[in-house]
Design a binder for this molecule. Structure first.
Ligand SMILES: NC(=O)c1ccc[n+]([C@@H]2O[C@H](COP(=O)([O-])OP(=O)(O)OC[C@H]3O[C@@H](n4cnc5c(N)ncnc54)[C@H](OP(=O)(O)O)[C@@H]3O)[C@@H](O)[C@H]2O)c1
Length: 364
């Protein structure tokens, strides 16, 4: 149940939440970034489904237009349920509000008001001005959870960062000799590949590039979506000459010129890369959801820069029984420097445990 009550209007049909869940289900699984993941459903005035549609990315029709086209003349007098506020501006396609008004729909049910400054309530206002009934903010939390990167990016201008680490039950991500493959089971690793599948980019540091020679791609049976872009943070030391990842045209951020100029961004700094600048650049490239899949140095640096939005930890059913590499690099000097977090979910994956958490937001 959403924590927010639907805003608007007159009496709200008790079925609106189940209709919105259907629209969310239509959107889930699409990867249209930098555009939002949107699902729309056209219903008869009695609530029977006539058509559904989703948005597949820039240049493709928006979800409402896809659903209206399938519904045809049956859209007149219908209810349209959309996870996101319909747009009211000319982008790569004409405004969805115009399509809804000219199709003669009677009612539009909206999950979340679009934080994109080109919309931001103007779509809802335009529909109401045209005499269309609008019920807004239905299951807003669930809609946002179906595309967290989009909402985060439009509100902050930077992507959402999820740090993923796989550790022994006593918190070691690698043995002292650098070996870490594999701490967790096949089931947990498949689960982690599903995280890659909903990410626009997978980010590591040069240390992981050297140690693991990773591919950073989604390797799931039947996966046919867009592969996430590999991103490497280079240090001041030379990068390895040969790595499998180079065939995937990674984006390399570096503080010093490197021998691979293609796809490299030189962010000069006195020491290490300024992660704020990296985040800004990733956001400007339309990468909204970043999976940080590197080692303890990059994980600690992302936290220190205040960029960590979500943690997904996999704890393998094994103990290091000693210190190899702990999950975050650096010294835990005093309890006061610890990061308060909120545990969001704990689940068992095969023999292992998955914990999802987020930095605790200060209540002001
Ligand atoms: N269990 C897991 O989930 C997991 C995942 C990934 C890796 N690992 C293991 O972790 C070990 C590698 O650890 P690592 O800490 O060296 O890897 P890392 O965090 O991926 O890479 C660290 C390197 O990134 C570069 N870098 C550039 N800018 C940086 C910045 N602003 N902040 C931090 N780093 C920056 C530096 O390269 P330079 O060294 O060139 O200066 C730095 O040493 C390996 O044993 C690997 O198997 C485990």
């Amino acid at each position: 149940m959403s924590r927010r009550a639907p805003s608007d209007n007159r009496e709200v049909d008790p079925r609106v939440e189940s209709w919105m869940r259907r629209a969310i289900a239509v959107a889930v699984g699409t990867q249209p970034h930098p555009n939002p993941r949107v699902g729309a459903v056209v219903l008869t005035p009695e609530g029977a489904e006539i058509a559904a549609g989703s948005h597949l990315g820039p240049g493709h029709d928006h979800a409402e237009v896809v659903a209206l086209a399938t519904a045809g003349e049956a859209a007149a007098g219908a209810t349209v349920v959309s996870t996101l506020e319909p747009c009211s501006h000319f982008g790569k396609t004409p405004p969805c509000t115009d399509a809804l008004i000219s199709a003669g729909v009677a009612r539009v049910i909206v999950g979340v008001c679009d934080p994109d400054e080109r919309v931001a309530g103007s779509g809802i206002a335009k529909l109401r001005d045209a005499g269309v009934e609008v019920i807004s903010n239905v299951l807003g939390d669930e809609v946002e959870a179906s595309d967290p990167g989009y909402f985060h990016h439009r509100r902050t201008g930077r992507p959402r960062f999820r740090i993923k680490l796989a550790a022994t039950l006593d918190g070691q991500v690698a043995a002292a000799d650098g070996t870490s493959q594999w701490i967790t089971s096949q089931e947990a690793r498949a689960d982690a590949h599903a995280l890659r599948a909903v990410s626009d980019a997978v980010l590591i540091g040069a240390g992981t590039l050297r140690a693991d020679d990773p591919l950073l791609d989604v390797r799931l049976p039947n996966f046919s979506g867009t592969q996430p872009l590999p991103v490497v943070l280079a240090g001041r030391r030379p990068l390895p000459a040969q790595r499998r990842l180079y065939d995937r045209d990674p984006l390399i951020y570096t503080p010093v010129p490197v021998e691979r100029p293609v796809g490299t961004v030189l962010l000069e700094s006195a020491a290490w890369l300024d992660l704020e600048a990296v985040a800004k650049d990733l956001g400007q490239r339309g990468l909204l959801e970043i999976l940080v899949d590197g080692g303890p140095t990059v994980a600690a640096a992302v936290v220190a820069a205040g960029l960590a939005d979500h943690f997904t930890f996999y704890f393998g059913a094994t103990l290091g029984v000693g210190v190899g590499r702990s999950m975050f690099d650096g010294v835990f000097a005093t309890l006061g420097s610890s990061l308060p977090i909120e545990l969001l979910d704990i689940s068992k994956i095969g023999p292992d445990v998955r914990i999802d958490a987020a930095p605790l937001q200060e209540v002001v």
